[in-house]
Design a protein around this ligand. Structure first.
Ligand code: FES
Length: 517
């Protein structure tokens, strides 16, 4: 509870995204036999579903595989801004990749917006598609104001439509802002439910609750194996559209990506929202957009980003967003709260294309840096073109095998040093809670039989104990109080209180320990 917030409202006890709560999705069987297909796509979020739709439309026999339920990864928990304004990016891209590539990034994302608009057609209301101006703004820090000034210069250099603003339509003092007109917001799951239906009508097949093994046979026809049951999928092309690639192919993606968690609440405001989509460039990050569903006008307030597994009290992040929303517009109710994880590459540019130069029939799309609505759509267009043998003018710049010494090397070293530190720190951490003092609904790292263990007391008072060693590569998981999950700081695997895998790359659950022993 946050008593300093004048319009304090109770946060929902359990996280649930507005998008998932307002969309009824079909269910699909687990794969229980050996099958063949032209293309196998692993991961049913915006990238996987859009790629599947495009390839099925082009006449390919496509199978879509999902480890859990469709649209239950990052796509189900986004703020769903459909924009080419991806925070502070164009100055950085121009400096590191040159003017031509920076312009291509903008144009590719603009094309993705047009793609989504075409799919929606005249059904804007059904898909919640709404034309909005997008703003990035700086509030206090001189450093971020200077970055914003560099960014508007990059807009001018690249010919990107943008206007400098000294104030916002919101009642909030700022130092400066950049408005990018003509952007969109939508309901991502209504849109992707539609694309899923189109894919099925084109003869596509979908299997849920089917986890793929990290091993694959890649000589001749590609053979993928399911983890449970060992069923084989034989195909000519495979696409990894999951968070971390399910198959690494020596691309070393675990060392080239890091994971950030961010939070969102849906607020019923007490004052009228003026429209627009907003993102602060200073810290803590704040993001705003409206959404109106089931007759209610809501505002989605997001932000509070931090590296996964490195926050002491995750519930505090929701309370910080609530305080911000309460002060800005009042909050008469907060019907939904949710959080998500996003992957970020070494150079901030997504990896899209063949997984390595040696495996040109296995593709990857990852590292969207929180902007998956447009870059996921762009990735689907690039990869489907590559599979269909068509030239795509954006393919080169996103090639996962690119190597840029600046700034990758430095970031590579820093990030991997951090991962290595987590790996070791978790093992020697001596600050453990007392298992007997756990309250209902509480989880903590404890000491059990002299070993580090994860404990959670459920609503019935039952104690669940797990080994906190992540089953992916052995880092130590930490308790996430806001989501009631065990989160791994190294590559973002998440586990339920009883060890069941919620999000990969881990495939195996955390080992359960006997609470009686
Ligand atoms: Fe990689 Fe945990 S060690 S996700």
């Amino acid at each position: 509870m946050n008593p300093s917030n004048p319009s304090y409202q109770e946060l929902p006890r359990y996280p649930e995204s507005l998008w998932r709560a307002t969309t009824e999705l079909p269910t699909f069987p687990r794969l229980a036999e050996d099958i063949e297909a032209d293309v196998a796509i692993v991961g049913a979020g915006i990238t996987g579903i859009t790629t599947a739709y495009l390839l099925a439309k082009a006449g390919k026999d496509v199978v879509l595989i999902e480890a859990g339920r469709i649209l239950n990864g990052a796509t189900g928990y986004t703020t769903a801004k459909v924009t080419a304004q991806h925070g502070l990016i164009y100055h950085e891209l121009t400096s590191h990749f040159g003017e031509e590539n920076a312009r291509l990034y903008y144009e590719g994302n603009r094309e993705a917006i047009e793609f989504i608009r075409n799919i929606v057609g005249g059904d804007e209301e059904k898909f919640g598609l709404k034309l909005e101006d997008a703003y990035i703004y700086a509030q206090e820090d001189d450093k971020y104001l200077a970055k914003l000034e560099d960014e508007i210069k990059a807009y001018e250099q690249l010919g990107i439509p943008g206007e400098w603003q000294d104030s916002l339509p919101l009642p909030m003092p700022i130092r400066g802002a950049i408005k990018m007109p003509g952007q969109y917001q939508f309901h991502p799951l209504q849109y992707l439910k539609h694309l899923t239906e189109q894919f099925l009508m084109l003869g596509g097949r979908i299997y849920e609750n089917t986890t793929m093994d990290e091993k694959a046979e890649t000589e001749g026809p590609i053979t993928l194996l399911t983890k449970r049951g060992g069923h084989r999928i034989t195909c000519n092309h495979a696409v990894s559209a999951s968070h971390f690639p399910f198959y690494d192919g020596k691309g070393l993606f675990f060392t080239r990506l890091h994971v950030e968690r961010s939070y969102a609440i849906a607020v019923k405001p007490e004052t009228a929202y003026p429209g627009g989509m907003y993102l602060s460039v200073d810290k803590p990050k704040r993001s705003l957009r409206s959404a109106s569903y089931n007759g209610e006008d809501l505002v989605i307030v997001g932000g509070e980003n931090h590296p996964t597994g490195r926050s002491i009290c995750t519930h505090q992040h929701y309370e910080n967003l609530e305080l911000f929303a309460g002060n800005l517009m009042g909050a008469s109710a907060i019907p939904y709260r949710w959080s998500t994880q996003d992957l970020i590459t070494l150079d901030n540019l997504p990896y899209i294309g063949p997984i390595t130069s040696k495996h040109d029939r296995i593709y990857v799309a990852t590292g969207f840096r929180k902007w998956g609505m447009t870059t996921g759509t762009l990735a689907a267009n690039i990869i489907s073109d590559q599979i269909l043998g068509k030239t795509n003018r954006y393919a080169d710049m996103f090639n996962p095998s690119r190597f840029k010494a600046d700034p990758s090397i430095k970031t590579f070293v820093v990030q991997n040093a951090t991962v290595a530190k987590d790996f070791v720190a978790g093992k020697v951490d001596l600050s453990h809670a007392d298992i007997t003092e756990l309250k209902i609904g509480e989880g903590a790292v404890v000491r059990h039989n002299g070993q580090r263990a994860g404990a959670y007391k459920d609503d019935q008072g039952n104690l669940h104990l797990v080994d906190t060693t992540c089953t992916h590569l052995g880092c130590e998981v930490e308790w996430n109080e806001g989501e009631r999950s065990w989160d791994c700081p190294c590559h973002g695997s998440r586990f339920r209180y009883d060890g069941k895998v919620l999000e990969g790359p881990a495939i195996e659950p955390l080992k359960q320990l006997d609470a009686e022993s």
